[in-house]
Structures are given as C-alpha cells and as structure tokens.
Design a protein around this ligand. Sequence first.
Ligand SMILES: [Zn+2]
Ligand SMILES: [Zn+2]
Length: 134
Amino acid sequence: MKLPQKGGCRCGVVRYEFTSAPHEMLNCHCTDCQKFTGSQFATLVIVAAADFSHSGDVTSYHWHGSSGAELEQNFCKVCGTAAFGFGPDRDYRVIRAGTLDDAGWVSPNFEHWLKSKKNWSQQLDSTDKYLGPH
Ligand SMILES: [Zn+2]
Ligand SMILES: [Zn+2]
C-alpha cells in the first residue's frame, strides 16, 4: 500500500487522503452500515484522525450507537456518498473502502456485528459470479 492513500465521493466534489497505514480494516455487518450502504455490510478502513484530511463540503449526520457514544457520518452535499465519518473514538476516522481510488490493497482483518449479518451474505459462495456487465 502506498501512502498517501486518496479517495472521494462519486461526483468528485469531496476528496480525502490519509498519510499513515490503517489502524484496522473490517467488514461491519451492523444495521447502521447496512442502512448507509444499502447492502449487506460495509468494508471499513480505520485511520488515525490526525493523519486524515478532506476537501469539499460535507453534511454531517449524528446519532448515538449501541454503546451510547455519538457517531457521525459525513456525506457529499451533491451526490450523497457517505465516504467517511467517526466511530465511538474520535481519534480515528472511519472510511468506507469502496470510496478509495485504489482499494485493491484492502484486506479486512475481521467481521464485526455478525449478529445482524444478513442471510444472503452467506449465499455469496454458492451463487454465480459476474465480473462485469453482461
Ligand atoms: Zn459527491
Ligand atoms: Zn457498522
């Protein structure tokens, strides 16, 4: 993995970068991640907040997680992409891996919140796989 790593939203208004190796990488199956992504889980890259910066206007949504801690998700005001936010620990930024310019190096270390894992997550290995448009 090269540093800095860069990424951004779908429309390009919001850009971000980080300059130190990720603290951890995971697949999060919590219901918040399922809502934000509209999918079965989010692949998250956790980086030191001190080594993270972004440009472009974002709007912020705050809520309280199951621990009671305030969480924050940031969205591009134009296209709505939820590229990054804060988890319970404000020393770290939570980045959604699919928003990286190059996510090929991402390798989740663990699965989190498996108690809300969707049944269809378990079906991936037994379904047909499509590499692209068909
Ligand atoms: Zn955008
Ligand atoms: Zn989650």
